[in-house]
Design a protein around this ligand. Sequence first.
Ligand code: URA
Length: 209
Amino acid sequence: MANLHIINHPLVQHKISLLRDKNTGTKEFRELVSEIAMFICYEATRDLPLKEIEIETPVAVAKTKVISGRKLAFVPILRAGLGMVDGVTALVPAAKIGHMGIFRQPDTKEAVKYYSKMPDDIAERDVIIIDPMLATGHSAIAAIDEVKKLGVSHIKFMCIICSPEGVDKVREAHPDVDIYTGVMDQGLNEDKYIVPGVGDAGDRIFGTR
Ligand code: URA
């Protein structure tokens, strides 16, 4: 069964509290999403393989380590996932970015894919799917399904806030996909929003309603 990694770092917890505040405006919300994404990405990349190389310093030859192995791609789920791209690419600037457009049917809350544009070599890359909110799990599952269809075999899912229901659904559908989150909230309300959550993350990132 896939692991659930909750990033309990004090800076992450503090920033999530600021994110929750309904009085936090668009600019600050956007900055916080980006910063929290960077911290969670730091943990989600902890197991990247290293190889030893030699580098000449001004003093001597150093046996030192660099990241080796498969390259990374991040796949934000539109729209809200876009808010995390700056943060994760600050840590992994060479990563490619795929885009996955998924919206929730307002009545059924089912995930409907309307757009997908992936790097040509996606099948040779490890993929981290990013979306600030893991609520019902429908979008996450649809995004993972799509990326698997393209031949990707190493997938992680990164969010900022998850619900217990969403985590259960994703783990049931994709037991091989580890989930990285800042916090797990109480659950979902009747509109399938995370409680207490942050409200609509996309609206708060982009200043829409
Ligand atoms: N998407 C959001 O933006 N917020 C939620 O609470 C659930 C899904």
